[in-house]
Design a protein around this ligand. Structure first.
Ligand SMILES: Nc1ncnc2c1ncn2[C@@H]1O[C@H](COP(=O)(O)OP(=O)(O)OP(=O)(O)O)[C@@H](O)[C@H]1O
Length: 475
């Protein structure tokens, strides 16, 4: 028998009932000894409020169950339970004990929220109003909202935000805003402390890979409501951050980097945006039928267990360019690159993909074995593949089945030097390198754009720092 944190008489619909919070964190109420209902405070209770003698407990309950069901697809609904206390004293005691228990869970009390009204289907504001706001209010969480007004606005704000005022930053957006926030935090003088600020995402973009990866890892569906709950229950986890650099230019990535087939599909299919999500399948098929291969090489430091992949490359050591020291902010991972075991794969390549978390988008499980905080990136390489096999392989992207294909090399790496080259047979055409939805580099003969990309289509280096950032997580 669990001991009680508090147990008292209350009225439910005028009927005398006993309300109990036990040390196992379950709130139960009984009628003549018979259990009427129970709520798992940690999992289901958002908060409570009082009015007169009434105590209202607000919860988020799985539909189709009483909170004990764990299947992945049911939805969550807000529900209130009202208890009438028998005296001021009783109400005070109940509030103090239930409030104390909720406080002990380490939940955020004040959040800074970015809302990107231009991400995805332009529905972030609506998602905030109808899914996020009511839950924050039920949970008595204060929030400050910042709508993003232009590209890199979230990065700018994160660089100078007074973080002592907030217990976390939540982005109602796609992955793009999260990446901006991480980049902004890493440029701060107090980057080390700033990176301990937990970050959350409410899916409202085209690519919602990070929140999909978090929710899917515990069998929960990627919905705004599940995402809010993940952000406010007080659980945190670390996240690896990859530093990508070329000369003085640096980009911090938390999701992925792609070169070849995948980035061509992602970026070039933008011109078919009017087709909606069908644009990706449509353009993927075009790209497979007229398959491109790229010259170039990848040098990498393999994770334990993958030391024999590729060929040894000693010459690499001389060509490593260390990260240039910055005036302030994070200085990159502290690794002696020259002492590491470098291996090499030569092109031509159909596709080169690096992934930090399993899902690249809600329907793309790029790297089924990727871990948030293992200190490695998953490298997925395809050098050649018959077109029919490639079509079937692309159809397996939604369950990660592609990594089992004999045409795919799937390993874990700590650092990479990528040397992208021209398309085979077309020496005037180069490719696109894309990281976390950003075009990092656009080579000759690709699509036309007035926007200048961050880096040039040339050698770039990348290394992972383990668990540098912090995320809100569902459990
Ligand atoms: N007010 C704005 N106007 C234009 N662009 C903006 C605005 N606010 C943010 N952005 C940019 O929108 C981009 C997309 O952000 P977000 O994370 O919401 O979605 P996404 O899924 O990454 O991308 P998509 O635009 O394809 O949905 C970011 O690169 C960000 O810089």
């Amino acid at each position: 028998m669990e001991s009680h944190i508090v147990s008292d008489e209350v009225l439910v619909n005028g009927v005398k009932t006993s309300l109990t919070l036990s040390t196992d964190g379950i709130l139960r109420w009984f009628d003549r000894g018979e259990l009427l209902r129970r709520l798992f405070v940690e999992k289901e209770v958002l908060g409570f409020s009082t009015a007169g003698h009434l105590l209202t407990i607000r919860a988020l309950i799985k539909t189709g169950g009483d909170g004990f069901v764990c299947s992945g697809r049911e939805s969550l609904v807000r529900k209130s339970f009202v208890f009438e206390s028998v005296s001021d004293d009783s109400l005070r005691k109940l509030c103090e004990k239930i409030g104390g228990y909720i406080d002990s869970l380490g939940r955020p009390k004040k959040l800074f929220m970015f809302v990107n009204p231009y991400g995805g289907k332009k529905s972030a504001t609506k998602i905030f109003t109808s899914h996020v706001k009511p839950i924050l209010e039920d949970a008595n969480i204060e929030y400050t909202i910042q709508e993003t007004k232009y590209q890199l606005h979230a990065k700018e704000v994160s660089r100078s935000l007074d973080l002592t005022k907030y217990d976390g930053i939540v982005c109602v957006s796609g992955d793009g805003i999260l990446v901006e926030v991480v980049n902004g935090l890493l440029e701060r003088e107090d980057w080390d402390a700033a990176l301990k600020t937990p970050l959350g995402v409410i899916p409202a973009g085209t690519g919602n890979g990070m929140i999909k990866s978090l929710l899917d890892s515990v069998g929960e569906p990627c919905t705004p409501t599940h995402a809010v709950l993940a952000a406010i229950r007080g659980h945190k986890r670390s996240l690896d951050v990859a530093t990508i650099w070329q000369g003085e230019t640096i980009f911090y990535s938390v999701l992925m980097l792609a070169w070849g087939l995948i980035s061509d599909i992602d970026i070039e299919s933008e011109k078919y945006r009017w087709m909606g999500s069908a644009r990706l399948d449509f353009y993927a098929l075009q790209r497979i039928l007229r398959l491109r291969k790229y010259n170039g090489s990848i040098r990498f430091v393999p994770a334990p267990g993958f030391e024999d992949v590729g060929e040894a490359t000693d010459s690499c050591v001389d060509s490593i360019e260390p990260l240039k020291p910055r005036k302030h902010g994070y200085q990159g991972p502290k690794v002696d690159f020259k002492s590491l075991n470098w291996r090499k794969l030569n092109g031509p390549f159909v596709s080169v993909w690096l992934h930090n978390v399993p899902w690249g988008a809600e329907n793309t499980m790029a790297a089924p074995d990727a871990k948030f905080e293992d200190g490695y990136l998953d490298l997925i390489v395809m050098r050649q593949c018959p077109k029919l096999a490639l079509i079937s392989l692309m159809s397996k992207l939604n369950d990660g089945g592609h990594v089992k294909s004999p045409y795919v090399l799937y390993i874990k790496v700590k650092a990479v030097i990528l040397e992208p080259g021209t398309r085979t047979g077309e020496s005037t055409k180069e490719g696109i390198i894309d990281s976390d939805g950003e075009v990092l580099a656009r080579g000759k003969g690709t699509y036309k754009s007035n926007l200048k990309s961050l880096m040039v289509y040339d050698k770039l280096q990348l290394a992972v720092d383990q668990g540098l950032a912090t995320l809100f997580t569902p459990v």
